[in-house]
Design a protein around this ligand. Structure first.
Ligand SMILES: Cc1ncc(COP(=O)(O)O)c(C=O)c1O
Length: 338
């Protein structure tokens, strides 16, 4: 099966397993795992932040940021396609008492005007706007990425209103690859960042919250409260560090592969896609004749797994464990679609 459901389906490579076997470990709940400590500092510095906290998932790192930046009655502005809003089980409300205020942006991204339109006035009866949260790249928005000018403009909007700026950077590595920006150039504009290593880079487990030293001290307590205090996580940090060092180089191919598939989809009468809306490794397209579920079943019968993303919408995601030859197979399959 050629698995294009997500870039999270990758399996650890022998080299990653070797890195795990060699890792020096300690009890991270006591702050004593040397591999995790070094890795957290390395990623924090890479993104121009003071400190980092290794966590099991992107959902946990986003929600730790929500918990640290806002509380009951506070509001966070984000795009209506945001992962924090759509796919995190209502955790902002459940765990932090925070209300999410969605705005309709473009490809899952907010402009300054979008965000500004949702900032509350300061009447007694208004929720208190605390945070603007961006996603880069956007998942439901089709892998789109923010230009630095957009980020800087949103930063200055946040500053004018005394708000924090959060980045859900689950696929920030793809954004960096596509834009050519350094991690620091992007990261330094945010108060908190969530980065994932289990999407695109191929780590078996792992995300990281980045922020100031004080924020990370607070987040360590909440991580324990949320059940995310882990022990000898040097094993995971070592595999993840290997992925950061060695797998970023594959992202370029993943993006080229996504465009190849998009080209085939554009040629096929059964589907609708604008290849200009393919920005990184995510391909979103519509089915014109039959429902997405039936199309996904037909792909599966022919050996390709895809995700149903709406009644007439399919998502494919390229990753480093789908080879160039397999991409050609997918293109051929679409070219011969009946
Ligand atoms: C943009 C975005 N943020 C956060 C997450 C959550 O990550 P996890 O599945 O590790 O909780 C995802 C997962 O796909 C995502 O796409």
């Amino acid at each position: 099966m050629i698995d294009l459901r997500s870039d999270t389906v990758t399996r650890p490579t022998p080299e990653m397993l070797h890195a795990m076997a060699e890792a020096e470990t300690g009890d991270d709940v006591f702050g004593e795992d040397p591999t995790a400590n070094t890795f957290e500092q390395k990623i924090a510095e890479m993104f121009g932040q003071e400190a980092g906290l290794f966590v099991p998932s992107g959902t946990m790192s986003n929600q730790l940021c929500v918990r640290v930046l806002a509380g009951p009655g506070d509001e966070i502005i984000l795009d209506e396609k945001a992962h924090i809003f759509n796919y995190e089980t209502g955790a902002a409300a459940a765990l932090s008492g925070v209300q999410l205020r969605t705005v309709s942006g473009k490809n899952g991204m907010l402009s300054v005007e979008d965000a500004a339109s949702a900032i509350r006035t300061k009447n007694d009866w208004d929720p208190i706007t605390k945070v603007i949260a961006l996603e880069n790249t956007t998942n439901k928005g089709g892998g789109a990425w923010y230009k630095l000018d957009q980020i800087k403009a949103l930063r200055s909007l946040a500053d004018q209103h005394g708000l924090s700026l959060h980045l859900d950077g689950a696929r920030i590595w793809n954004a960096l690859e596509a834009s050519g920006y350094s991690a620091e150039e992007v990261g330094k504009h945010f108060d908190t960042i969530s980065v994932c290593f289990s999407k695109g880079l191929g780590s078996p487990v792992g995300s990281m919250m980045l922020g100031s030293r004080d924020q990370i001290i607070k987040a360590r307590r909440f991580r324990k409260m949320f059940g995310g205090g882990m022990r000898q996580i040097g094993l995971l940090a070592a595999a993840t560090d290997y992925a950061v060092e060695n797998h970023r180089a594959f992202l370029k191919n993943d993006h080229a592969h996504a465009l190849e598939i998009a080209g085939a989809l554009e040629r096929c009468d059964a589907f609708s896609i604008n290849p200009e809306d393919v920005f990184t490794n995510i391909i979103l397209f519509d089915t014109l004749e039959i429902d997405a579920v039936q199309v996904a079943d037909a792909f599966r019968e022919k050996g390709v797994a895809v995700s149903v993303f709406g009644p007439k919408t399919i998502r494919m995601v390229t990753h480093f464990q789908v080879s160039a030859a397999q991409i050609k197979q997918v293109v051929k399959l679409i070219d011969e679609w009946d």
